[in-house]
Design a protein around this ligand. Structure first.
Ligand code: G3P
Length: 241
């Protein structure tokens, strides 16, 4: 049992990542290294997104945490700049990109952010453009060469608008023009967000750990399994090698 009360058994080698990569990728939305280690043992975590608020919750040095996270997961680890001007963003991005090859520099969806996005992606770095709340913002981020666009679906729902509609519109625009930018559904609050994001063709969902552990839960699975085991026990069914 891990420190967060979840038992995925021993760490799973990432042998299935190629196959998993063809489905919607699952990232964890946390900067807590212990939590990431525990959940990544499931073998079903492709990457991680962090942001300044999540980093602040850990009380740890951000860059040190990122170094550890990059070693745990095989895919992109988003590291968000704190600077809001172009030069400052590039300086902080240079610190992040030295950490590991799987760092994705996260920049805000502002003019300076998109300028930094274009410069960083021209240098061959992955870039996650965050705080996206409109389809046109997402189109502009794709034009700037973003690797990932992060529409915040929960926060759109919070103000009485349609967070999943944002994913739908971005998917349509990207498909209209063949943009390769991956749609990363962010601000995911519950399992239905994950289901709908997958149905709408989001490329990635970044999921808080409390939602991640609910992804497999179904009362009929538990009930059915208990019945299988009980029936086998009653009839003395055994599996002989
Ligand atoms: O992925 C972005 C996320 O960290 C924001 O989530 O729940 O604060 O809107 P939330």
């Amino acid at each position: 049992m891990g420190p967060h009360g979840v038992d995925f058994g021993p760490p799973t080698p990432h042998i299935n990542q190629k196959r998993i990569g063809t489905a919607m990728k699952i990232f964890l939305d946390t900067a807590d290294v212990a939590e990431i280690r525990e959940y990544a043992a499931s073998g079903l975590v492709d990457g991680v997104t962090t942001n300044p608020s999540l980093a602040a919750k850990t009380g740890r040095d951000y860059v040190e945490s990122l170094k550890e996270i990059c070693d745990i997961v095989p895919g992109a680890v988003s590291a968000e700049v704190l600077a809001t001007d172009y030069d400052g963003m590039l300086k902080q991005a240079a610190i992040f990109t030295k950490i590991a090859k799987n760092i994705a520099v996260k920049v805000p969806l502002t003019w300076d952010g998109l300028k930094a996005c274009a410069a960083l992606s021209a240098q061959g770095h992955m870039v996650n453009v965050t705080l996206c709340f409109s389809p046109v913002q997402a189109m502009m981020a794709a034009k700037a060469g973003a690797t990932f666009i992060s529409p915040f679906i929960g926060r759109v729902d919070d103000i009485g608008e349609d967070g999943l509609g944002l994913i739908r519109d971005i998917r349509a625009i990207y498909d209209n023009y063949g943009f390769k930018t991956q749609i990363l559904a962010a601000s995911v609050r519950h399992v239905m967000h994950v289901r709908e994001a997958a149905l709408l063709g989001a490329d990635v969902a970044t999921i808080p750990t409390d939602v991640f552990k609910k992804l497999l839960g179904h009362p009929l699975t538990d009930k059915g399994l208990a019945a299988f085991i009980a029936d086998a026990k009653k009839a003395g069914v055994v599996i002989k090698g």
